[in-house]
Design a protein around this ligand. Structure first.
Ligand code: 3HC
Length: 294
């Protein structure tokens, strides 16, 4: 019989973490949403409130369902709150040492039966798992941005992840209304391994002034039927997150030049042009809203 997940914890309430909390709460699972300090917690809380209020304003969610959804979420500062959850999903920035440190702490705090999962986009789940004494209960659960909308979840098993843990997480994804694909631990898994070479190439075209950002995006959106063009997608993902993913894939994936981040990406990160989250990336954003060309 599949394991029952009564309460899950989500660590990190940035773009991905806040979306993951919403996915669980929407599907009737109690969530403990954890951040490192009050300010970060408040940012996560307001992302969630914004998202659910938008759904109410659009008539997609009744105010009663919104209240029920919100009542399933408990916010807390610090990992100690996670001592009784059945599953933790870590969604902190893509820094291996930070994730390993958090997994070491989670291993100490969480009950022995708890599954520890990472939402990493490209780091080695195996390297994260060996920071714990329970690597057989460590797994990758990779959501896509925006998590409440995108149907796919990649489940990453390491060479020691227990098959029961994989089956339990697959059943959980079905309960969340997601479609899962299960893969071994390799850089970029499936989707990012295919997507990021393309995104990097689009930035290099833009950097070389080969075409305007609008034309690059229009070509892929209108010519190839994608929901958004690559530069708009970079802004959605976060230019900093995209840089970390490319850099990791380049180093882990045999230095394939398709994944060597083009210099403009690093320059934008240094200048704080991080995309939607900072109000400016390849485009400039009014909050909330669609790109405003400047
Ligand atoms: N949170 C919750 N819901 C959101 C949302 C968000 N951040 N953004 C959009 N939505 C919802 C809207 O409310 C709307 O819902 P409805 O259909 O029930 O009314 C629906 O999504 C469509 O949104 P919009 O009408 O505002 O706009 P679009 O039709 O242009 O869709 C989009 C927006 C869903 C973002 C679409 O453009 C899209 O699918 N883009 C591609 C996204 C993508 O490729 N994601 C993967 C990135 S790679 C990744 O995540 C990997 C990671 O490791 C980095």
């Amino acid at each position: 019989m599949a394991r029952e997940f009564r309460t899950v914890g989500v660590v990190g309430l940035g773009t991905m973490g806040a979306g993951i909390v919403e996915v669980f709460a929407r599907n009737g699972v109690d969530v403990l949403a954890v951040e490192i300090n009050e300010a970060a917690l408040e940012r996560g809380r307001s992302t969630l409130t914004g998202s659910t209020d938008r759904a109410v304003a659009k008539g997609k969610l009744s105010p009663e369902d919104r209240d029920a959804l919100q009542s399933r979420i408990t916010f807390a500062v610090g990992l100690e709150a996670l001592d009784d959850v059945d599953l933790v999903i870590e969604a902190v920035p893509e820094k291996l040492e930070l994730k390993r440190q958090i997994f070491g702490e989670l291993d100490r705090i969480c009950k022995p039966a708890a599954i520890l999962a990472t939402n990493t986009s490209s780091l080695s789940v195996t390297e994260i798992s060996v920071a714990t004494h329970r690597p057989n209960q460590v797994i990758g659960i990779h959501f896509f941005n925006p998590a409440p909308v995108m149907k796919l979840v990649e489940i990453i098993r390491t060479v020691v992840t227990s098959p029961e843990v994989v089956a339990d997480v697959e059943a959980l994804c079905t309960r969340l209304g997601k479609v899962d694909v299960t893969i071994n631990d390799r850089a970029g898994f499936i989707a990012n391994a295919l997507l990021f070479g393309y995104l990097n190439h689009a930035v290099s075209m833009y950097e070389a002034k080969y075409a305007s950002r609008e034309d690059i995006d229009a070509a892929m959106k209108l010519g190839c039927g994608l929901p958004m063009g690559p530069l708009a997608l970079m802004d959605l993902i976060g230019v900093d997150t995209a840089y970390e993913i490319l850099d990791t894939m380049y180093r882990r994936g045999g230095r394939d030049r398709r994944h060597a981040p083009v210099p403009l990406i690093k320059q934008m990160v240094t200048a704080g042009l991080l995309g939607r989250k900072s109000g400016r990336g390849f485009y400039t954003y009014e909050k909330p809203g669609s790109p405003v060309v400047v």
